[in-house]
Design a protein around this ligand. Structure first.
Ligand SMILES: NC(=O)c1ccc[n+]([C@@H]2O[C@H](COP(=O)([O-])OP(=O)(O)OC[C@H]3O[C@@H](n4cnc5c(N)ncnc54)[C@H](OP(=O)(O)O)[C@@H]3O)[C@@H](O)[C@H]2O)c1
Length: 262
């Protein structure tokens, strides 16, 4: 339910990884362009909300503002059929979802993925309602591991933090990459080359941290020799309070996620 940027990334990644079978997926979206896109991907389209609710598992991938409408329209069928509900809606807690369904005990998984699911490089965190079954956990874990890495969190409060860090995170790195790309182009590097150099630099740094177990601080020390070019750049960044800006920005996203539930 909802085949927008994130819903479609999760479904496409799931199909690519083999966890989802194309002919077992059914899409429901109000936007005709998204429906056309789903059709072009060879996916079947639900003719009505009831059609899609009649599934084993439902991924709820609409914006928080559209959730009330969606769940109130689907409520009767959901309560009758009790499918596994997988919500990727930012900021909405399991208890809230439950209350929108008249506090009927549903099997609910709340997931915070990120957009890199579309290239099977997401990091997703999830937590569950008490009523989920062992096979639900196996399914969600294999779906999320199929589109990247997945971690289970016991404490749902952590999902707001994770939303601000890795849910929104691809946009933060993209802001930095866009700014770096712009300087490179302004200084005379060809546009495509600039983009590739910046993105590969970002991937290389991430791979060193992930695969070599190097901390960000160690990595900085490995690049920034005293009196060198990197040190000159880092000096400007810290004079302008780069770390503080990032910290305030991520905290603002975390607080927004908390406010959405309220
Ligand atoms: N984008 C990300 O990077 C990201 C990361 C983590 C989590 N999320 C979460 O994922 C959810 C979806 O985000 P998104 O970026 O994919 O949004 P999106 O691109 O706007 O996709 C949502 C889709 O759902 C459709 N929709 C709205 N109401 C509906 C309804 N009642 N029934 C069926 N479809 C309906 C929308 O159609 P209309 O456009 O016609 O309204 C739209 O096509 C959000 O809750 C967000 O918090 C997103």
């Amino acid at each position: 339910m909802g085949f927008g940027k994130m819903g479609s990334s999760l479904i496409s990644g799931g199909i690519r990884s083999g966890v989802l079978k194309r002919d077992e997926v059914c899409i429901y979206d109000l936007d005709s362009e998204r429906v056309k896109f789903a059709e072009s991907e060879g996916l079947s389209i639900a003719k009505s909300l009831d059609d899609v609710v009649d599934s084993d598992s439902l991924i709820i991938a609409v914006k928080p503002k559209d959730l009330t409408d969606l769940l109130s329209s689907a409520k009767a069928s959901l309560i009758e059929r009790r499918p596994l509900l997988i919500s990727i809606v930012a900021g909405i807690r399991i208890e809230k979802l439950q209350s929108m369904l008249d506090d009927v005990q549903m099997r609910i998984v709340r997931v915070m993925p990120n957009i890199a699911a579309s290239v099977n490089e997401a990091i997703s965190a999830y937590c569950t309602s008490k009523s989920v079954r062992k096979e639900d956990l196996e399914f969600i874990n294999s779906l999320l591991c199929g589109v990247g890495k997945a971690v289970f969190v016991d404490n749902e409060d952590e999902l707001d933090i994770i939303t601000g860090v890795s849910g929104s995170g691809p946009a933060y790195f993209s802001l930095m990459m866009g700014a770096m790309e712009k300087v490179a182009i302004e200084r005379g590097i060809e546009r495509n080359l600039a983009r590739m150099m910046v993105a590969q630099t970002c991937r290389g740094a991430a791979t060193m941290i992930l695969e070599r177990g190097i901390s960000p601080e160690e990595l900085i020390r490995m690049v920034a020799s005293p009196g060198g070019t990197t040190e000159e750049a880092l000096k400007v960044m810290e004079e302008r309070k780069f770390s503080l800006i990032v910290s305030d920005a991520v905290s603002a996203a975390i607080e927004k996620s908390r406010r959405i539930n309220r």
